[in-house]
Design a binder for this molecule. Structure first.
Ligand SMILES: Cc1ncc(COP(=O)(O)O)c(C=O)c1O
Length: 360
């Protein structure tokens, strides 16, 4: 039996019937004109969601968010590049790890898990560490924190460094504006706020980053070869056409809803959730000023076994929520309200299920 779940974890989020039905369109060859025309439109739509500056190269890598992360790194980093990574949780650590694997000299700015990076600290380190690239996670999914990318990008620019932003848990759900913020490379995943299944991962390289591309040591993630496929119609890999159709449908739904209306929906749903858990006597890990709207981190009350609550939610209500990671394991739940999962009706179901599950 195939089980349907209410997905309120850190991703994947729920996928609308409209996008699911696009998944059942016929499989087409990777150079079929119908597929290529859809890919052309898909990249134009993605550029608008990223608010990428004119002249950007925007496409979707075949893979998950980590593939997009690796594409950003593999095309900008060669041995000896100096990279400053702002680390406020697990995904910042992953960025630093991949940058090191590509031979970068990595310096980090770190903060307590559950707080946002202080841009002043980034500025201080940039004063002594001459970075080629600054990288930061916008929405840190391991802690529920929103980092100040706009401020960090301004500092990177002032110090002559490129800015790379991980927008996996924010794109399509919270404001992201590459052009206005001066972000040179941004990437995401399909399965969170964008509302599609995982398997295609968007990346956007602004003109300033295109000027600084290195000889890519990965074949699969080589931006030049990917562009030769997306624009030059030259075989590089066999893209999954049903995923392209589904992702395209998800992006069409975003534009029909309106990007800003969608951001506001995530705020409204987050606020409803905050009121709901307030009534249950639960509290957030993250102070309001640093808090993400799309991924909520809720403290596990004293004496409650967090794993038992997650199991009961799954078995009694078919609801998925996420556990804490690293130093936050056992201390928090991670509750995503993203894409099709982000509705007030879902909040009522979730809060009701939590009320029934938590010990009285
Ligand atoms: C902020 C962030 N970056 C990167 C990733 C990696 O994405 P994926 O699991 O799709 O490879 C995730 C996944 O949750 C994430 O939350």
């Amino acid at each position: 039996m195939i089980t349907e779940r209410l997905l309120f974890g850190p991703g994947p989020s729920m996928v609308s019937a409209r996008v699911m039905s696009a998944l059942s369109r016929p499989v087409l060859g990777h150079l079929d004109p119908v597929l290529l025309a859809t890919m052309d439109d898909l990249r134009a739509r993605l550029a608008r969601v990223f608010r990428a500056p004119a002249g950007s190269r925007v496409l979707a890598v075949s893979g998950t968010g980590t593939a997009a992360m690796e594409t950003a790194i593999a095309n900008l980093i060669e041995p000896g590049k100096r990279v400053l990574v702002a680390v406020s949780g697990y995904f910042g650590l992953r960025l630093a790890e991949i940058a090191r694997r590509y031979g970068a000299e990595v310096q980090t700015v770190e903060c307590e898990w559950g707080r946002a990076i202080d841009p002043a600290e980034v500025g201080r380190v940039l004063g002594t560490f001459r970075a080629d690239i600054v990288m930061a996670v916008h929405a840190e999914t391991s802690t529920g924190v929103r980092n100040p990318i706009k401020e960090i990008a301004a500092l990177a620019r002032a110090h002559g460094a490129l800015m790379v932003a991980d927008c996996v848990t924010s794109l399509g759900g919270q404001e992201v504006d590459m052009a206005a913020w001066g972000v040179d490379v941004a990437y995401s995943g399909a399965q969170k706020c964008l509302g599609a299944p995982s398997g295609l991962a968007p990346v956007a390289f602004a003109p300033a980053a295109i000027e600084k591309l290195v000889a890519c040591r990965s074949f699969y993630f080589d931006l030049g070869l990917l562009e030769d496929y997306w624009a030059g119609r030259k075989y590089h890999h066999t893209i999954c056409s049903p995923l392209v159709f589904a992702f395209h449908e998800a992006l069409a739904a975003i534009e029909e809803e309106g990007l800003e209306v969608r951001w506001q929906r995530h705020v409204t749903v987050h606020q409803a959730f905050a009121r709901g858990i307030g009534h249950l006597g639960l509290s957030f890990l993250v102070p309001e000023s640093d808090r993400l709207m799309t991924l909520n981190t809720v403290r596990v009350p004293e004496g409650v076994n967090e794993a038992e609550v997650r199991t009961a939610l799954r078995e009694r209500f078919s609801i998925e929520i996420g556990a804490g990671m690293g130093p936050l394991a056992g201390k928090i739940w991670r509750i995503g309200l993203m894409g099709a999962s982000a509705s007030e009706a879902h909040v009522h179901t979730l809060v009701g299920a939590l009320r029934a599950t938590l010990p009285h």
